[in-house]
Design a binder for this molecule. Sequence first.
Ligand code: UDP
Length: 238
Amino acid sequence: PRVAPARRRVLLKLSGEVFGGGSIGVDTRVVRDIAEQIAATVGQVETAIVVGGGNFFRGAELSQAGMDRSRADYMGMLGTVMNCLALQDFLEQCGVDTRVQSAIKMEQVAEVYIPRRAIRHMEKDRVVIFGAGAGLPYFSTDTVAAQRALEVHADEVLMAKNGVDGVYTADPRTNPDAQRLSTLTYGEALARDIRVMDQTAFSLCRDNDVTMRVFGMEGEGNVTRAILGEQIGTLVTA
Ligand code: UDP
């Protein structure tokens, strides 16, 4: 917890799938829309963003195809940085000051990850975009989202999802009786094997008592609403 809690501070996780709009590369229309939605909240809420990279490479998939896992994971991490730069560009077009901080040094394009500096940026109304995951193979950007949320003292982790608007009692695509849950505990999520995040990310959130909101990207203005603290999707608590 912060000494002097001022404004709401959130950690938004955007997966690579969101950036790619379902395919490889960056769908600039989607990124522009997300940037506009974030821009609408600047000044009211402090936002840090962890960006995934599955629209370029996933280490596990490349390793299945015969690559060395660690090298493949580094490719995955480098992919996240391209998404960061795209988001930075569209945010700046909206007049938002941004900083990209990378967990792997690449000084021409990003600051290095310095958590205290990230906090200072947010206090100055800058949106901070975290790239290159944790800089460590065998980790996921979900886990990094949980870790960064803890380290910058975010009040909530916001998990933006494609194609689903929260956590359901069963898979809503295959089970017509599936119902959306408004709240859920990490214990229940783990017991039901609900895979909105990987297990490492879940247990980090559970053990350190961070709340997480799972919400759908599809609804009009949903990113803005989640950042501002509207009760959309599903709230997961310890
Ligand atoms: N990755 C990694 N360490 C990290 C974060 C990511 O090795 O700390 C690699 C991993 O190969 C992963 C890829 O980067 O598959 C892209 O990240 P992720 O799959 O988490 O992105 P998302 O599913 O959110 O698009």
